[in-house]
Design a protein around this ligand. Structure first.
Ligand SMILES: [Zn+2]
Length: 243
């Protein structure tokens, strides 16, 4: 039987948040059997916990504060609260965390958020799901420094794949581009995950059930049997998240 996994999406982000029951149902019908529901903002963390406990074993929580929160007021205080929450909840992973140099967020604060969460990931032996837009090399250096199990989410930089391969995973998004194809070719099946980043990364509103598109793309790019691709990626998921 076909089995798909969406390793990175935001079910509690509008407009998905009002349709969660329907979205989960659609996933089950399409054999998407695990979803890693990821927090971005401080507030979203509490909603992610609630949704994951409602769909236990199906929707897995990924908690953390993204670099996009770096400019917020009282961010230090929020960070402390999230670190405590992660220790208590023991989510499947810490995310999405990382660095974003594409937009104008305070870089010093971004590093503080990223390093504190990497440190906790190392202490608790939890994997990290990393956002690295425009700061891929800097993220790679930090992840190496903290010796964590990590995956680059929404990763489209073929030039860096050789340095990542064998050390970290790459999560392939639902973005149709030449760069995505190059990343898949260079990375191969070993160490790849699939994601939708719903509700983003789609022409319209994205949903976890669309993750099937990524699996199809990997099979056709690598000329591999679809079932073999599903099996190997499921193994990657289980080894990485330990679920
Ligand atoms: Zn995301």
């Amino acid at each position: 039987m076909a089995v798909f996994v969406d390793c990175h999406c935001h079910l509690n982000h509008p407009p998905l948040d009002s349709r969660i029951v329907e979205i989960v149902e659609k996933c089950r019908e399409g054999n998407v059997l695990k979803i890693f529901n990821t927090a971005g903002s401080f507030e979203e963390n509490f909603k992610v916990i609630e949704t994951s406990s409602k769909f236990k074993g199906f929707v897995h929580p990924v908690l953390g504060i993204s670099p996009h929160s770096a400019n917020e007021e009282e961010i230090e205080d929020k960070l402390e609260k999230i670190l405590t929450l992660i220790e208590k909840e023991r989510p499947s992973a810490i995310g999405e965390i990382g660095l974003d140099f594409h937009f104008d967020y305070d870089r010093k604060k971004q590093f503080k958020l990223f390093e504190s969460q990497l440190q906790l990931a190392q202490t608790l032996d939890l994997p990290v799901m990393v956002h690295s837009r425009g700061a891929e090399r800097e993220c790679l250096e930090k992840m190496t420094e903290f010796k964590v199990r990590g995956a680059f989410h929404f990763f489209l930089v073929p030039e860096l794949v050789d340095e990542i391969k064998g050390k970290f995973l790459i999560s392939i998004p639902t973005i149709k581009s030449k760069k995505r194809e190059k990343v898949i070719k260079k990375m191969g099946l070993e160490g790849v995950l699939c994601e939708t980043d719903s509700p983003f990364a789609w022409n319209g509103v994205n949903e976890p059930s669309n993750v099937v598109e990524v699996y199809d793309k990997i099979s056709s790019t690598l000329h591999l049997n679809p079932e073999a691709v599903q099996e190997k990626i499921l193994e990657n998921v289980e080894n990485f998240f330990r679920v």
